[in-house]
Design a binder for this molecule. Structure first.
Ligand code: XIL
Length: 420
C-alpha cells in the first residue's frame, strides 16, 4: 500500500479539476486515508488488490456514508437550531481547491478564518497592515451569504514578538501594549467595518485549573488585561458580538473561571456577548455530561454559546490531559499514528456514534447555542494531522480527504431528524 499512500497524501486537499479526476482513478487502491474514487473504480481496484483475498485490514467505504452529500446540507438541516460553521484557509477561499469551496458553500452558512485574521497574518510588522488574504476570505464569505467569525485579537500564539517589545527589544510597558492593541483594533475596524459579526477578543486566557495563564499580555498589562481588551473591542466594534474563546471548557475549574469572567464583566460594566467553547474532543473524552454541563453553565451566565472549533481526534493521545495547547508537541511514532492507510471499521463507527451523540447534546441546548463550527473542511484539512505530532493521519472531520461525506456526516444529519 505504500505506493497508494504516497499518492493519497499528495492529494490531500490539493487535487482539482481534471487532475483531481485522474488522481481519483489512481488512488482507487487507497483505503480511508485517501481513496475517493467512483464505486466502480474502487471495486475494480479492490479485486486486483493483494489485500482483498486476505481480507483488508479496514475498508475504504466503512467510514463513508453511502449517501450523496449533495442530498443534504448541514446548514439547512440545522437551520432551526444553530448556524453551521467551518474554519477555512486560503486554499479553500482562493482558487486552490474549487471542490472544497463548493462543498463549504453547500454545507455551511458561517466561516472562521483558520489563521488569516490572527495578528501575525494581518500586521507582521508594526503598522504595516496586509489585508490581502483577509479580503479574499471576506469576499468568499459574502459571495455565499455566510456569517463571518473573526479569530482573534489577544492570544499568546501567532502574535508577532514586536507587539510585546519596546524599541530596544526589552519588554513593552502596559501603556505601550494597550496602545498597540488599540491601534491594531482601530485599523481592523476601519478596514472591516461591521462585516465581521463576531470577534474572539481574547483566546485561551485560563489554565485548566481556572487560574489566569501567564502570558505576555498578563505580565505586561496586569490581571485586568481581559477587561481592557473587551473595553477596547467594545469601543471599536460596537456592532460586533464580543467573544471569550477557550479549549477544555468542560473541565469544571475552567468552566467556572469562564462563568466568573462573565459575571465580573457584568458587574464592572464590561460588554461580553458570547463564550466560545473550542470543542477539540476525543472519542471518549470529555463526557457528554461534561459537555452538557458547560453549555448549561454558559447559557446560565446569560451569554450566547458558540461551539467554535469542533473536531473529534481518533488517534492515541500524545499527552495525558491533551487539550489544544499549541506549545506542546511530540515525536512521530508508529504507535501514535496507528492508521496511516485507513481507519478500521470499528473506530469509524465509534467516531460516527460520537459525532451523533455530541450533536444531540448541542441540539438539546440549541436555544442558547448560536453556532457550531468545525475546525477544518475535511480530514485532510484538519490541523490534527500536525498537532500535537507532525505528520500523522487523523480522521477528525465529517468529510474525508477526497471531500466525500463520511458516515459521521450521515449520523449528524440523522440526529437532526430524530431531535425534537
Ligand atoms: C491552529 C490552526 O488550525 C493551524 O493551522 C495553525 O498552525 C495553528 O493554529 N486553538 C485555536 C486555533 O484557537 O487558532 C488553532 O488553530 C487551534 C487551537
Amino acid at each position: 500500500m505504500q505506493h497508494g499512500r504516497v499518492i493519497c497524501d499528495v492529494t490531500n486537499g490539493i487535487a482539482s479539476g481534471v487532475l483531481r479526476a485522474l488522481f481519483l482513478i489512481a488512488i482507487a487502491g487507497c483505503t480511508g486515508a485517501g481513496g475517493a474514487a467512483p464505486a466502480s473504480a474502487v471495486s475494480q481496484a479492490r479485486s486486483s488488490s493483494p489485500e482483498s483475498s486476505a481480507g483488508p485490514r479496514c475498508n475504504a467505504q466503512a467510514g463513508l456514508a453511502s449517501l450523496d452529500a449533495s442530498k443534504a446540507s448541514l446548514a439547512q438541516t440545522y437551520a432551526k437550531r444553530f448556524k453551521m460553521g467551518v474554519a477555512i484557509n486560503g486554499r479553500v477561499y482562493g482558487d486552490g481547491d474549487p471542490a472544497a469551496a463548493a462543498l463549504v458553500a453547500a454545507q455551511f452558512n458561517r466561516v472562521t478564518a483558520e489563521n488569516e485574521l490572527k495578528w501575525q497574518s494581518l500586521e507582521r510588522q508594526p503598522g504595516v497592515l496586509d489585508f490581502n488574504q483577509a479580503d479574499a476570505f471576506l469576499a468568499y464569505a459574502e459571495q455565499h451569504g455566510m456569517e463571518v467569525h473573526g479569530h482573534t485579537f489577544v492570544w499568546h500564539h501567532q502574535v508577532p514578538a514586536w507587539v510585546f517589545q519596546n524599541d530596544s527589544g526589552g519588554p513593552a510597558t502596559r501603556q505601550q501594549l494597550l496602545a498597540r492593541l488599540e491601534q491594531h483594533m482601530s485599523a481592523l475596524a476601519e478596514h472591516f467595518g461591521s462585516r465581521v459579526r463576531y470577534w474572539d477578543v481574547v483566546n485561551e486566557a485560563f489554565n485548566d485549573d481556572g487560574s489566569l495563564r501567564d502570558t505576555p499580555w498578563r505580565t505586561i498589562i496586569g490581571d485586568d488585561y481581559l477587561d481592557q481588551a473587551f473595553l477596547l473591542a467594545g469601543k471599536h466594534f460596537p456592532d460586533a458580538k464580543l467573544v471569550y474563546n477557550d479549549y477544555a471548557m468542560e473541565k469544571p475549574a475552567k468552566r467556572d473561571a469562564a462563568v466568573r469572567l462573565v459575571q465580573g464583566f457584568k458587574e464592572r460594566g464590561v460588554r461580553i456577548d458570547a463564550i466560545g467553547t473550542q470543542a477539540h474532543f476525543q472519542l471518549t473524552t470529555p463526557t457528554l455530561e461534561a459537555i452538557e454541563a458547560s453549555l448549561a453553565a454558559f447559557a446560565g451566565a446569560g451569554v450566547e454559546v458558540l461551539v467554535s472549533e469542533l473536531d473529534v481526534d481518533v488517534l492515541p493521545a500524545a499527552y495525558k490531559n491533551q487539550g489544544a495547547d499549541l506549545s506542546v508537541n511530540a515525536e512521530l511514532s508508529a504507535q501514535l499514528n496507528p492508521y496511516p492507510d485507513c481507519l478500521p471499521n470499528d473506530v469509524a463507527e465509534q467516531a460516527a456514534q460520537r459525532w451523533a451523540d455530541i450533536f444531540e447534546v448541542f441540539s438539546q441546548h440549541s436555544e442558547h447555542v448560536h453556532s457550531v463550527t468545525l475546525w477544518g473542511v475535511s480530514d485532510g484539512y484538519s490541523w490534527l494531522n500536525n498537532w500535537p505530532v507532525r505528520g500523522r493521519t487523523n480522521y477528525a472531520q465529517l468529510f474525508d480527504r477526497q471531500l466525500r461525506a463520511k458516515r459521521s456526516w450521515q449520523r449528524v444529519i440523522e440526529v437532526a431528524g430524530q431531535a425534537p
